[in-house]
Structure formats: C-alpha cells, structure tokens
Ligand binder design. Structure first.
Ligand SMILES: C[S@@+](CC[C@H](N)C(=O)[O-])C[C@H]1O[C@@H](n2cnc3c(N)ncnc32)[C@H](O)[C@@H]1O
Length: 214
C-alpha cells in the first residue's frame, strides 16, 4: 500500500530546493528499487536537461501545460517558475507515493497533481476544465512500459494537444520515435550530454489544422 505523508512543510514553488535535495534523491531511489520498470532511472534529471527542455516552450502563450511522470518534481518546480500566473500545470503520475510527495511539498494554486496513467490524459484535462493542452512534457520510460501502453499514450497525447502544440520527451533510448513518427508530422531528436546518463530530447509537434488538411 502507498504511504501518504501528511500535508505539511509545504514550499512555494521554487523555494527550499537545496534543503530538500537529499530527501528528493532518497525518495526517488527508493521508488526505483520498488518499481524499476515504471521509474526507468536511478536518479532524477539534471538541471541542465531541465533548462534545455523548458527553453523550447513559448511560455507567454501557454495556458495548460501537462507533465507526465513528475516523480519528485525535478521539472515541476521549474515549470511553475516559468508558467504565467493564469496558467495551469496538470501533473500526472502512476505512482501514488510520488503524487502524495508532490502534494505535500509544493503549494501552488496553478498546480493540479493527479494519480493515474498518462493514457487517460484527455479525461484529466476535461476534469481540470480545459479542452486541449498547449504542451505535454514526458519523463515516462517508454521502452520499459507494458505492451501497448506506449502506443496508447502517444495517440492520446496527440489528440490532447491543440494544433501547433508540442509533445516534449526526455528519454535515454530512441525507442519512442517509432511510436511518434506515424502520429506527428514534425518529430526532432537531440542529445543532452550533461545528464546521467546522457539523455535524448525529443520534440513532436501536432500539425496545424490547415497543414493537416493539405
Ligand atoms: C524517469 S521518472 C521521471 C521523474 C522526473 N520527472 C525526473 O525527471 O527526474 C519516470 C516517471 O514516470 C512515471 N510513470 C511511469 N509510467 C507512467 C504512466 N503510464 N503514466 C504516468 N506516469 C507514469 C513514474 O512513476 C515516474 O515518476
């Protein structure tokens, strides 16, 4: 059964980063030992990777940003630092301990943390009062997911994005490209070395309606 911490010691987004560094690593490592296939990594993403992924976003035009697999919030805090005051960050994680951890640690009215699968993203978006997302960021390890789950997540994500919206993925393997290429018109891939281990940064853009019709 998942252990749910009491809602205390809440920090405003971005605050208390240094103080909670070791507790975040400990929490992440414990979850990796318990669920290696679901977590897919021994340590959280590096600050350089976080910045490079988030530098791709047009923050001014962002109202709904969705994050899959926030874990201990390595990206979540930096997303909130950049998100406009009237924006929403919808964070979806399959691991109830991570969901409880984030709810206890981050106090920001723009953040909505939900427990469930990214494959149900459209339902979660609707429940949050939105129609489509501007961006979806994913840390889910696609190459170790159960059969068919990666395909379902990619198809649902495409449907959940507004035309011109982007699916941003950080990943150790290129496996997910074979799922994205049939669905998205514009898929690009770069490598960030300053992460342990080096990480692929993938961007898949949902084409605008006119381009789709052509
Ligand atoms: C590699 S960790 C990423 C953690 C963190 N974002 C980081 O960058 O350090 C992968 C995360 O994906 C979550 N996850 C795995 N399968 C999922 C699914 N189907 N839906 C939502 N989250 C999922 C795991 O629970 C975990 O939090």
């Amino acid at each position: 059964m998942a252990s749910i911490p009491l809602k205390k010691n809440k920090n405003k987004a971005g605050a208390g980063k240094a103080g909670s560094f070791f507790s975040q690593w400990g929490m992440f490592f414990r979850q990796f030992v318990r669920h290696p296939g679901m977590i897919g990594s021994v340590i959280p993403s590096s600050a350089t990777l976080v910045d490079r992924m988030l530098d791709q976003v047009d923050w001014q035009g962002t109202r709904l940003f969705v994050e899959y697999g926030p874990g201990v919030g390595t990206f979540t805090r930096s997303i909130l630092d950049r998100l406009p005051a009237d924006g929403t960050l919808l964070a979806i994680d399959l691991n109830l301990d991570f969901v409880a951890y984030l709810e206890a640690e981050i106090d920001d009215p723009r953040l909505r943390v939900v427990h469930g699968s990214a494959a149900d993203v459209r339902r979660f978006i609707k429940e949050a009062g939105y129609y489509q997302a501007d961006y979806v960021l994913s840390g889910i390890p696609f190459s170790t997911l159960p059969e068919g789950v990666g395909e379902a997540i990619c198809a649902e994500t495409r449907a959940a994005l507004r035309p011109g919206g982007a699916f941003l993925i950080y990943q150790y393997s290129r496996y997910v490209l074979r799922l994205l290429n049939p669905l998205f018109g514009d898929v690009s891939d770069a490598l960030e070395w300053r992460n342990i281990p080096p990480c692929r940064m993938i961007r898949a853009v949902r084409q605008e309606a006119l381009a789709q019709a052509a």
